[in-house]
Design a protein around this ligand. Sequence first.
Ligand SMILES: [Zn+2]
Length: 427
Amino acid sequence: MPGLATEFESATNKSPSRSGELTLAGGYVAFSADEVARADIQIAGGRIRNITKMGKNQGGYRSGNKASGSPTTVKLSRFLILPGLVNAHDHLEFNLFPQLGRGPYRNASLWAEDIHRSDGDTIRNHSAVPKALRLWWGGIKNLLCGATTVCHHNPFEDEVFDSSFPVRVVRNFGWTHSLAFGRKISAAFRVTPDSAPFILHLAEGTDASSRDEIFTLDKLGFLDSRTVIVHGVGLDQDGQALLSRRGAAIIWCPTSNGFTLGKTLDYGYASKARKIAVGSDSALTSRGDLIDEVKFATKEGGLSPSLVYSMVSDGAADVLRLKNGEGMLREGAVADFIIMAWRGSSPAETLARATFKDIHAVVVGGQLNLVTFPIAGLWPEAMLEGLEPITIEGNQRWVRAPVSELLAATKHHLGNSIRLAGKRVTS
Ligand SMILES: [Zn+2]
């Protein structure tokens, strides 16, 4: 079935052997939400081979690694290195769309009915953009905000999500759309291996039918420790307790919920849920990208930055049962990083204050897939080959994507005014 693979090695679209050796030297490395230490990170074969913390007695900066100064060393002494973020929920092909709807609606089905009735022209215009193009833009949206792993809630597209796609797309999971729109839920659940999550939209509403969906799911026998529900806004306390008893997990998309339903998860519940990740959902309903969701959860939701940091890094990787060290910086993990300016705050606080403008570089599987001009000069020239310029809301980035080709083909359908998750895109 689509979206499902059984082999551990193909858990995402990225092979770990696509890049050469590289050392990120002397940066402030995020070992957890609150723990930073200066260290050298050696990368080989797309994975972190070694992390060497700086000696405590060293005066001033001196790399702990003899590779410093070699052509494959990038000196990052003024930068903070975080793990690439894990976006637990997106629909990559819907990120050129504007937000559609005039909520709040009582549930997602009413939202869908309304936009198909009221926004038919917009839906037709955007749907005319070939799907492969739209998926690429979804990948770029995630790359720009430092989300290096994305769970795309739709069929896995072998033709598009190949090794040239700029972010990892999770492959190893079972799914259906929802109880209302999902087809063959029984077959989809039963073929999901024990090692993989089974993901569906659930309780996306504030009415009684949304509240009761979890009890229906349980009666059907599809609520267990593999189950991951997206949204869960309509859960009452009994539903929340049942979810927890069954060991199931939840993916939280706060701004999408706010837009469609006028309400999101209770913040107290979100802060106590044991297995929870944050997802950006798509531009059809969300305010922006994954970092915008982090900002909402910490600023408007009042959750601690450390907690939300986990929901987009190691905690999200746990929910998605990722096995290659996604969302953390440790030896043996995939070499996925985001690089931001060092300002003396913890990784969690830095992320909570950030926007996409603060992401200066993104490395995926050891390969530089995004960089800003000022720090491009720190990288070996060979690693910059293949990057193309793109301007988002006036901020130029260099990304590993065929930007000029994508822009020309997209303008053919949508004209010159192209917005990616609400942000203006120019070449
Ligand atoms: Zn969704």
